[in-house]
Design a protein around this ligand. Structure first.
Ligand code: C2E
Ligand code: MG
Ligand code: MG
Length: 707
C-alpha cells in the first residue's frame, strides 16, 4: 500500500475521464489553483490509482466505456481507501433521475458537462473544506472514543420520557450489553445496575428529570457472568427555551480498580497481613470508639493483652513458616473464643473487630459492654483453655500457653494508650508469675481474682471434706401463717476460709465447672431431706431448690432431676426449681426444651430475684413460670421509698393477672409484712419468720409451728 505524505498540503485530485482532452484541461486549470492532479482513463484504472496514490478528491465522468461513472463510484465506495473521499460526478444530463442515481452511487456532489472550469475550481475548494471538517470531526470523535475507552468512561444522552437513549460505544462496553439497534433504553440502563442500587439510580434520574438536579452517584453493576463492578455515574440537565429540563447528558465511569486499590490500601493500613486481624492502628480506632460509647453509657469495658509464652522457641526450632502458621491458628482460636463468649453472655454476635494482632506474638481483645470485671476474667480463662489444646502443624504437636494482662475501663485508664500500656504491664506480671495465666492491672481486682482461684481450689475438696451442707429457710403461707415449704440454701464451712457465702462461691463454682456436681448434690440432698420431713413432720411440705443458669443451659438437668426424684421418692409436684432470668436469656435451644420437660414432669418453676435483672414481661409470658419471687432489695425499701412500694404493687398485679403466685423474699419487719399482705402476696420468706436453719432446727420449727 502507498503511504501518502500527510505534510504535503497540495491537495491531490484524481481526474477520471475517457476523454484525454478533458483530462489535460482539467490538469492545467487545477494546477493554477494549487491542486496536483492525477489521471485515469477508465473506471478500472481509477480503482487502481486510488489505492496507489490516495487522492483527496475525485472528479468522475459518468459516460465512459466499460464501467460507467455510477458503477465506478459504487465500487470506489466499497473500497476501504476511497470510502470517504469526496467524489464529484461530471454528467451531461442534469435531470433529477441522473442526480438521484449519482447520490445513490455514493457521489458527494455533481457538476454539469461540459465543465465550467472556473466553477470546478470553486466546487473542489468547497468540497475539500467540507471533507477536512468532516475528517477533523471524525478524528476528534475517534480520539474521544479512545480516551473514553482508556479511562473506561462512556457517555449517554436522554430525552426523559423517551424509550431510547443515546449511548456511546463505551457505555455498551461497560454495561456488557451487545451493541444493536434498540438496545440503549433507560430500562436497559437500570437493568445493568445491581438490583439493590436500581432504586437509587431511578430516584436520582427522576430528580434530574423533574427538578433539574445534577446526578452524581456510585453504584454497582453486575455483568452476565455475575462479576460486580463499581460505576461512578454523573449527569447534568440541559434546559429547553422554556427553562424546563429537556435533555439529560450523562457519563459513566468504571471506577472498580480505583475502589479496589483504595480497599487494598485501607486493608494494608488497618489489617495485619499474616492473620487478617485488625492491626494496632485499627485497634486504637476501634477501642477509641468503644470507650466513647462506654463513657456515654457510663458502663464498663475491658482490654485483654495477650502474649504467647516462649513463642520465640517455636520460630527458632521449627522455623518461621511454622511460626507464622501457628500465629494464624492462634488468631483463629482467639476469634472463635471471643465470639462464643460473646454469644453466651449477651445472646448476640459481634467479634469482627474485637481481636487484633499488635505484631509478633502479641494479640489483644476488646470486650465492650461488660457487666463486671469478672466477665473479662471469664474470657481470659477461656482463651487460656482454648490454647491448651495442642496445635498440630505439619506433623508437629505444639503445646502453647499465653500470658494475659487485663485492664478495665474506666478504672485502669481513661484513654486507649493508657489502657493498652497498662494491659501490657499486667501481662508482664502474668509472665513473671510463670506464664499460662492472667493478671488484672488493678491490684484489688487481682486480689479478688487470686482469692477466687484459691476458693476454686478449696471448693474442689469441699464436698469430700464434708464442708458443704444445706440450710433450709421456711416459706410461710400468707393465708394460713403456716410453713408451706422450705428453700434449700447452700452453706460452705471452709477449714481455710471460714464461712463462705454462696453469693461468693457459686459464681466460682460456675466459672470452673464445679456447679454441675454441686448442683446435683444439692438436688439429691434436698429431695431426700424433704421426703424424710414429709414422713416425720409435715406430709405436704414442698421444697424449693436453686438451680444455676449454667445448669439450665446445659443438657442433662432433666436427667439429674429425674434421678433425684426417683431415688428420694419425692413427688414432683412437691419440688420447685428456682431459676433466675439470666437462665432464660440467649437462644440456646435446649433451655426451652429443658424448661418444658421439667414442667411436664409436674415440677413447678419459680423466677428468683425478680426485679433485679431484666424483669422482662416476655419471660413471664413465654415460659411456664408458676411463682415470682420478688427480690429482697425491693422488700427492704418498703416504707422507706414510695417507688419501691409502687413497683411491688405493679408487679403483684401483673403476676396475678398472669395467674402466678408471688413470694416476697427478705421480709424482716412487721411493716413489710403488712404492706405485702395488703397487696395480695401469697407467701413470705424472711428473717421475720425464720432465718435459714439447719435440718434439725427446721424440723423443730415445723413442729413448733404446727403445734
Ligand atoms: P436466693 O435464692 O435469693 O436466696 C435468698 C437469700 O436471701 C439467701 O441468702 C437467704 O439467706 C437470704 N435471706 C432470706 N431472708 C432474708 C432476710 O430477711 N433478710 C436478708 N438480708 N436476707 C435474707 P444466701 O443463703 O446467702 O444465698 C444467696 C444466694 O446464693 C441465693 O439467693 C441463691 O441465689 C444462691 N444459692 C444458695 N444456695 C444455692 C444452691 O444450692 N444453688 C444455687 N445455684 N444457688 C444457690
Ligand atoms: Mg432462691
Ligand atoms: Mg432470691
Amino acid at each position: 500500500m502507498v503511504e501518502r505524505n500527510e505534510s504535503e498540503d497540495v491537495p491531490l485530485v484524481l481526474i477520471v475521464d475517457d476523454d484525454p482532452v478533458v483530462r489535460t484541461i482539467a490538469g492545467e486549470v487545477l494546477a493554477t489553483t494549487g491542486f496536483a492532479t492525477l489521471e485515469a482513463d477508465s473506471g478500472a484504472a481509477a480503482l487502481e490509482e486510488v489505492n496507489r496514490s490516495l487522492p483527496d478528491l475525485i472528479v468522475l465522468d459518468v459516460e465512459m466505456p466499460g464501467m460507467d461513472g455510477f458503477e465506478t463510484c459504487e465500487r470506489l465506495r466499497e473500497q476501504e481507501h476511497s470510502r470517504e473521499i469526496p467524489i464529484l460526478i461530471a454528467t451531461g444530463h442534469t435531470n433529477s433521475a441522473t442526480i438521484e442515481r449519482a447520490f445513490e452511487a455514493g457521489a458527494t456532489d455533481f457538476i454539469e458537462k461540459p465543465i465550467d472550469w472556473n466553477l470546478l475550481r470553486h466546487r473542489l475548494r468547497f468540497l475539500l473544506r467540507a471533507r477536512n471538517a468532516i475528517s477533523d470531526l471524525h478524528s476528534s470523535r475517534e480520539r474521544l472514543a479512545s480516551a473514553q475507552r482508556l479511562a473506561r468512561i462512556g457517555n449517554w444522552e436522554w430525552v426523559p420520557g423517551e424509550g431510547q437513549m443515546l449511548w456511546s460505544e463505551e457505555v455498551y462496553h461497560i454495561f456488557g450489553i451487545e451493541q444493536r439497534a434498540g438496545a440503549s433504553t433507560y430500562e436497559a440502563l437500570l437493568e445493568a445496575a445491581h438490583p439493590e442500587d436500581r432504586a437509587a439510580i431511578d430516584k436520582a434520574m427522576r430528580g434530574a428529570e423533574n427538578e433539574g438536579e445534577a446526578v452524581s452517584l456510585d453504584h454497582r453493576i453486575v455483568s452476565k457472568s455475575g462479576a460486580e463492578r463499581v460505576i461512578h455515574h454523573q449527569a447534568e440537565v440541559a434546559c429547553g427555551p422554556g427553562g424546563d429540563p429537556d435533555r439529560i447528558y450523562g457519563t459513566i465511569q468504571d471506577i472498580t480498580d480505583r475502589i479496589r486499590a483504595q480497599e487494598k490500601i485501607r486493608y494494608l493500613a488497618y489489617y495485619d497481613g499474616l492473620t487478617g486481624l485488625p492491626n494496632r492502628r485499627m485497634l486504637a480506632d476501634h477501642l477509641g470508639r468503644v470507650l466513647e460509647a462506654t463513657r456515654r453509657r457510663e458502663g464498663m469495658a475491658a482490654l485483654l493483652f495477650l502474649d504467647l509464652d516462649r513463642f520465640k522457641r517455636v520460630n527458632d526450632t521449627l522455623g518461621h513458616a511454622i511460626g507464622d502458621e501457628l500465629l494464624r491458628e492462634v488468631a483463629r482460636r482467639l476469634l472463635e473464643c471471643v465470639r462464643q463468649t460473646d454469644q453466651v453472655s449477651r445472646g448476640r454476635r459481634s467479634g469482627a473487630k474485637t481481636v487484633s494482632r499488635l505484631g509478633g506474638d502479641e494479640f489483644t481483645a476488646v470486650l465492650p459492654e461488660l457487666d463486671d470485671p469478672s466477665g473479662a476474667e471469664h474470657v481470659a480463662r477461656r482463651i487460656l483453655e482454648t490454647l491448651r489444646t495442642p496445635f498440630n502443624l505439619h506433623g508437629h504437636d505444639i503445646v502453647m500457653s499465653a500470658s494475659i494482662g487485663i485492664t478495665i475501663f474506666p478504672m485502669d485508664g481513661a484513654n486507649t494508650d493508657t489502657l493498652i500500656s497498662n494491659a501490657d504491664t499486667a501481662m508482664y506480671h502474668a509472665k513473671e508469675g510463670g506464664g499460662g495465666t492472667y493478671r488484672f492491672f488493678s491490684e484489688s481486682m487481682n486480689e479478688r481474682a487470686m482469692r477466687n482461684l484459691r476458693l476454686e481450689g478449696g471448693l474442689r475438696m469441699a464436698l469430700e471434706r464434708d464442708e458443704i451442707h444445706l440450710n433450709y429457710q421456711p416459706l410461710i403461707d400468707v393465708g394460713t401463717g403456716g410453713v408451706m415449704g422450705v428453700e434449700a440454701l447452700l452453706r460452705w464451712d471452709s477449714g481455710e476460709f471460714g464461712q463462705v457465702s454462696p453469693a461468693e462461691f457459686i459464681p466460682v463454682a460456675e466459672e470452673c465447672g464445679l456447679i454441675d456436681s454441686l448442683g446435683e448434690w444439692v438436688l439429691n440432698t434436698a429431695c431426700e431431706q424433704t421426703r424424710r420431713w414429709q414422713r416425720t413432720a409435715q406430709p405436704s411440705l414442698k421444697v424449693a431448690v436453686n438451680v444455676s443458669s449454667h445448669q439450665v443451659r446445659k443438657p442433662g438437668l432433666v436427667e439429674v432431676v429425674k434421678r433425684a426424684l426417683a431415688s428420694s421418692g419425692l413427688d414432683p409436684a412437691q419440688l420447685e426449681l428456682e431459676i433466675t432470668e439470666s437462665a432464660l436469656l440467649g437462644n440456646d435451644g435446649c433451655v426451652v426444651e429443658t424448661i418444658n420437660e421439667l414442667k411436664q414432669m409436674g415440677i413447678s418453676l419459680a423466677l428468683d430475684d425478680f426485679g433485679t435483672g431484666y424483669s422482662s414481661l416476655s419471660h413471664l409470658v413465654h415460659f411456664p413460670i408458676d411463682t415470682l419471687k420478688i427480690d429482697q432489695s425491693f422488700v427492704r425499701e418498703i416504707g422507706e421509698d414510695v417507688q419501691a412500694g409502687a413497683v411491688i404493687s405493679a408487679v403483684m398485679a401483673m403476676a396475678h393477672r398472669l395467674r402466678l403466685s408471688v413470694t416476697a423474699e427478705g421480709v424482716e419487719t412487721r411493716e413489710q409484712e403488712e404492706f405485702l399482705r395488703a397487696e395480695g402476696c401469697d407467701s413470705f420468706q424472711g428473717y421475720r419468720f425464720s432465718r435459714p436453719l439447719s435440718p434439725g432446727d427446721l424440723e423443730a420449727f415445723i413442729r413448733g409451728d404446727n403445734g
